[in-house]
Design a protein around this ligand. Structure first.
Ligand code: ADP
Length: 469
């Protein structure tokens, strides 16, 4: 890239030098011609002023020439008919031919002033002729000087011109190299880091501060992009791992009831169910395992729907008091089974939410409070309005959760006491489902618990709450 920029830069530089030379050649040449012509005209006027046309013109011309004019110049006094009366260079003026046909003389005769440039055979060089009419009589004064035109002039100054151009070219190329370095080097560094990113190295590192802000923007964006890609890749990998773990756990969880069912079915097949009591027991166990499997499959489906953020949820106004009564009715039988007393308390509130999700959330929390309790235990449910939403507080005086387990109970398939959970039809997914629902509403869940004393789960959901009067 650096080479390409330099090549282009050199081409542009040469073109600019070429164009500027042509322009200066043209305008300087024109200017030089004009200046010479004007100063020659001035000299003619001075000569005219001092000449006494009644006296000896040749003598006067020679004296004037010696005293005030340039050695190379030649003055000729010509009559309006073209006859030469005097010339400071030629003594025998009679030998000079009639000058009327000379271009400058013709023009001076016609319009008062004329000029021309031509090669003089007698002088052997290019001459400039300027002629003007005398203000004192019928005379034309002609002045001629050797004229070095622009081409001759340039030839003379060519070595200096070439040296100047070479120095200017050299300095410009040096500056161009430095300039391309300030652009090409950062771009090279940035593209090298991007190349590394392509080969999955998302550590672009720190870029230097470059001279041009635009390059800093590119460098910064590269770092930010790398950061984003890295966190995206990490997230994908994490999700992949979680998914793999989930599937292996789910298949493991399903394998257990299937093996049990298979076992009881084989026992029945082998005639172990002759006795009605044993047969009923086997069938009850099969039914229980089937229920466990159904629970598990339902929870797996629910959790994957929540993870895929598949929201076919119907959001509607939900009056919490009657809703809590429904939950109490739903949990009554299991509470009675575990001999646990339910205490529901709810403010007269209305929220807009999915009744299905709210039911799932409460059933899981209240269900756990009942399941991990002892006969005679209590579960208190308290729903109230808190700043910017609602709080659902589910407290029990059951077995409690150890501190080290409190951090992990929201993980999928994590159970503190696996045997007890399974016996109670737990899937190890309940709290994970609760956490997903809370996350769906951008809420928060916390747990406080002590072994043997019970647990308190508090869910806060930032929902618009209306008080019903
Ligand atoms: P499970 O289906 O096993 O109940 P959860 O995800 O609902 O699964 O709960 C995870 C684990 O957390 C349970 O197995 C249980 O050991 C513990 N746990 C949950 N709630 C309570 C509670 N209220 N009291 C004591 N332990 C609890």
């Amino acid at each position: 890239m650096k080479k390409a920029i330099l090549l282009r830069f050199t081409a542009i530089l040469l073109l600019a030098l070429g164009i500027s030379s042509v322009f200066s050649y043209y305008f300087t040449g024109r200017d030089m011609l004009e200046t010479t012509r004007n100063s020659m005209l001035d000299t003619i006027h001075v000569v005219d002023y001092f000449l006494d046309y009644g006296g000896d013109l040749t003598k006067q011309l020679t004296r004037l020439h010696d005293a005030a004019l340039d050695g190379n110049s030649r003055v000729t006094i010509i009559g309006t008919d073209g006859t030469v009366y005097a010339d400071n260079e030629v003594a025998q003026i009679e030998e000079l031919e009639n000058h009327m046909e000379r271009e400058e003389v013709k023009a001076a005769h016609r319009s008062g002033m004329g000029s021309s440039i031509r090669f003089s055979a007698s002088m052997g060089e290019s001459m400039m002729y300027v002629a003007a009419r005398s203000e004192k009589g019928d005379y034309i004064i002609r002045l001629s000087v050797p004229y070095a035109n622009m081409t001759d002039y340039i030839c003379r100054i060519l070595p200096v011109l070439l040296l100047g151009a070479a120095v200017a070219f050299g300095i410009s190329v040096m500056m161009a190299v430095r300039f391309t370095d300030t652009i090409a080097t950062p771009l090279k560094e940035i593209s090298a880091k991007m190349e590394r990113m392509k080969s999955c190295d998302f550590q672009p590192g720190i870029f230097r501060i470059y001279k041009y802000e635009e390059l800093n923007v590119i460098a910064r964006t590269t770092v930010e992009m790398a950061e984003e890609i890295r966190s995206y890749v990490e997230r994908l990998e994490r999700e992949k791992k979680i998914r793999q773990e989930f599937f292996s756990n789910a298949s493991h969880e399903l394998k257990t009831p299937i093996t049990s069912i298979q076992g009881y079915a084989e026992l029945l097949d082998q005639g172990f169910g002759q006795d009605d009591g044993i047969k009923r027991d086997f069938l009850a166990r099969i039914r229980k395992e089937t229920q466990n499997m159904t629970n598990l499959i339902n929870d797996i489906l629910l959790i994957s729907r929540l993870e895929a953020k598949e929201t076919q949820e119907v959001f509607a106004d939900l009056s919490l008091q009657p809703f809590l009564v429904q939950i109490e009715e739903l949990m009554e039988s299991i509470a009675a089974e575990y001999q646990v007393k339910l205490h529901m308390e709810c403010e007269s509130l209305q929220i807009e939410a999915s009744a299905r999700q709210m039911r799932e959330l409460l059933v899981n929390l209240v269900g756990n409070g009942i399941k991990y309790n002892h006969p005679g235990g209590n579960v208190w449910v308290n729903v109230y309005c808190c700043g910017g939403g609602i709080s659902i507080r589910v407290q029990d005086d059951g077995c409690g959760i150890g501190l080290e387990d409190q951090e992990r109970i929201f993980e999928r398939f994590y159970r503190v006491d696996k045997g007890r959970s399974k016996k109670m039809g737990g899937t190890g997914l309940g709290l994970s489902i609760v956490k997903h629902i809370v996350k769906f509403y951008e809420g928060d869940i916390s747990v406080q618990s002590a072994l043997g004393e019970g647990s308190v789960f508090v869910v806060t959901l930032p929902l618009t709450v209306k008080r019903i009067t």
